[in-house]
Design a protein around this ligand. Structure first.
Ligand code: ATP
Ligand code: MG
Length: 429
C-alpha cells in the first residue's frame, strides 16, 4: 500500500472542533474594525517576487531565506505572500485608492507563508489579520491603531496577558546617522559578535539590536543608542503618541531595542507580547512605514499598520482557557423520527421551524436508526433538546421534547406550540 499522504510540515489543518474558536476571534476583530470604520480588502495570495524584494528589503530574513518562490509556467517569478502589507500597498496603488492624499483605512485576513523552522506558535503557513491606514501622518492614527487592539484584548479577556512595547526608529536620515555610529562601534568589536550579527553588520546592522545572543547583548550595553540620534520631528511624534495612549488608558513600556524585522518601518514601531507562549511571544506587531508607498512607485503617502498572528492568539486563548462556553456547542435541538411517515412529517416540521426561527440550530437525524441509536446521536451532537417523533406523536400531531443535559421531565406538545416553546427556551428573537 502506498504511504499515506500528509500535509506539508508547518502547514496545519484547522479541524472542525477548532474552527469555532477561529470564527469567534475573527468575528470579534471584524466587528471591532467595523465600528472604527475600517473596510476589508481581499488580496491575492501570490504576487510577483519583485514586490516583496522591493518592499520588505533584500537583506531581511524573510527575503533572504523564508520565501516560497517559484517560476510560473511562463517563467515569471512568483512568491506566496510572506506578509500582507506589500500586497496591500500594491493594490492601493494599482486601483488609485491613495492618490492625492486620499485616506484609506483597510484590513485583511488570510494565510501567509514563510519557510521557517516549525515549532509552537511558528508555522510555515500561518494567518494574519492586518490593518493599514494610508495618508495620515500624525501620531493620532498610530494611537488609534494601538487603542483598538487594546479594546480587542479587552473583548477577548487578554488584557492581563499582553504588554505593549513601543519604540521609535526616527526618520530614515536619523536612522542612517545612527547606523553609521553603531557600525563604527561594532566594527572594532567584530570578533566578539555572533555569526548572524557579523553578517548583519554589513547587510542590516540595526537588526543586531534584536539578537538573542547574550554576548552580543552584553556588547550592546555601551553601544550608541538610537534615541540619542533621533530627529526632533520623530521625537515630537513619539511624545504625541505616548500622550494619546496615556489619555486612553493604554499601558505601555518603551523598548529601545525594538527594531522589527522589515526594512520599511520608520518612526513608530510596536509589539504586543505575552510571556504565556514561550519563545513565540509576539502576538501583534506593526509600525509606521511612511516611505514604502513611494518606494513602490507611488506618490509619497504616509502609512501605518500592524498584523496580528491568529495562531498565536488562538493558542493564547486556549492556554488561558478563555474559550467562551457557548463555542463548545453548535446544535440546540436534534430531531429524531422513527419510520418513514414520521420522518417525512419531521422533515416538514423542521423546515417550518427554520422558517419561523432562522437562528435555531437544528440538526435533523440522517441515516435512520433505532430509537436508541438516534438518541445516542442526539446526545453526541451536543444538543440541549431532542424532539422525538414516532407513530403515536405523528397520529396526534405532537412531538416529545426530551431534555438531554439535565434531569427535567420530558414533555409532549403539539406541533403548533413548538416554535414558541423553542423561541423562549433558546432566547431566539
Ligand atoms: P517573529 O519575531 O515572531 O518572527 P515577525 O517579526 O517575523 O515575528 P511579523 O512579520 O511582524 O512577525 O508578523 C506579525 C505577526 O505575525 C507576528 O507578531 C506573529 O504573531 C505572526 N507571525 C509571524 N511569523 C509567524 C509564523 N511563522 N508563524 C505564526 N505566526 C507568525
Ligand atoms: Mg519572523
Amino acid at each position: 500500500m502506498s504511504k499515506n499522504l500528509q500535509a506539508i510540515r508547518g502547514m496545519n489543518d484547522i479541524r472542525p472542533t477548532e474552527s469555532p474558536l477561529w470564527r469567534y476571534l475573527e468575528g470579534q476583530v471584524s466587528r471591532l474594525l467595523d465600528t472604527y470604520g475600517y473596510n476589508q480588502v481581499r488580496l491575492p495570495i501570490v504576487e510577483f517576487t519583485e514586490l516583496f524584494k522591493r518592499s520588505i528589503g533584500e537583506v531581511t530574513d524573510i527575503v533572504e531565506k523564508e520565501m516560497y518562490t517559484f517560476a510560473d509556467r511562463n517563467g515569471d517569478l512568483l512568491t506566496l505572500r510572506p506578509e500582507g502589507t506589500a500586497g496591500c500597498v500594491r493594490a492601493m496603488l494599482e486601483h488609485g485608492l491613495i492618490g492625492g492624499g486620499q485616506v484609506q483605512k483597510v484590513w485583511y485576513n488570510g494565510p501567509m507563508f514563510r519557510h521557517e523552522r516549525p515549532q509552537k506558535g511558528r508555522y510555515r503557513q500561518f494567518h494574519q489579520i492586518g490593518v493599514e491606514v494610508f495618508n495620515l501622518a500624525g501620531p493620532d492614527i498610530d494611537a488609534e491603531l494601538i487603542i483598538l487592539t487594546w479594546r480587542l484584548w479587552g473583548a477577548l479577556g487578554l488584557r492581563d496577558a499582553v504588554t505593549l512595547e513601543l519604540n521609535t526608529l526616527g526618520t530614515s536620515e536619523a536612522r542612517a546617522r545612527y547606523r553609521d555610529a553603531l557600525v563604527a562601534y561594532l566594527e572594532v568589536r567584530r570578533e566578539q559578535l555572533d555569526e548572524d550579527s557579523q553578517r548583519r553588520l554589513t547587510s542590516n546592522p540595526l537588526r543586531i539590536l534584536d539578537s538573542k545572543n547574550p554576548d552580543t547583548q552584553a556588547l550592546l550595553v555601551d553601544a550608541p543608542k538610537l534615541d540619542e540620534y533621533l530627529d526632533d520631528e520623530s521625537r515630537e511624534h513619539f511624545e504625541g503618541l505616548k500622550a494619546r495612549l496615556t489619555a486612553a488608558g493604554v499601558p505601555f513600556v518603551i523598548n529601545t531595542k525594538l527594531v522589527r524585522g522589515l526594512d520599511y518601518y520608520g518612526k513608530t514601531v510596536f509589539e504586543w507580547v505575552t510571556d504565556k507562549l514561550g519563545a513565540q511571544g509576539t502576538v501583534c506587531a506593526g509600525g509606521r512605514y511612511d516611505g514604502l508607498v513611494e518606494q513602490l512607485g507611488g506618490k509619497p503617502a504616509p502609512a501605518v499598520g500592524f498584523a496580528m498572528g491568529v495562531e498565536r492568539l488562538v493558542l493564547l486563548l486556549e492556554t488561558l482557557e478563555l474559550i467562551p462556553a457557548e463555542l463548545q456547542r453548535n446544535v440546540d435541538v436534534y430531531l429524531a423520527a422513527f419510520g418513514e411517515p414520521a420522518e417525512l412529517a419531521g422533515l416538514a416540521l423542521a423546515e417550518r421551524l427554520r422558517d419561523t426561527l432562522p437562528s435555531l440550530r437544528l440538526m435533523v437525524n440522517a441515516g435512520g436508526g433505532s430509537f436508541k441509536s438516534q438518541l445516542k446521536k442526539a446526545d453526541k451532537s451536543g444538543a440541549e433538546l431532542a424532539l422525538i417523533l414516532g407513530d403515536d406523536e405523528l397520529a396526534n400531531e405532537q412531538v416529545a421534547v426530551k431534555p438531554l443535559r439535565d434531569d427535567s421531565a420530558q414533555q409532549t406538545m403539539s406541533w403548533n406550540e413548538l416554535a414558541a416553546f423553542l423561541a423562549a427556551r433558546f432566547e431566539l428573537a
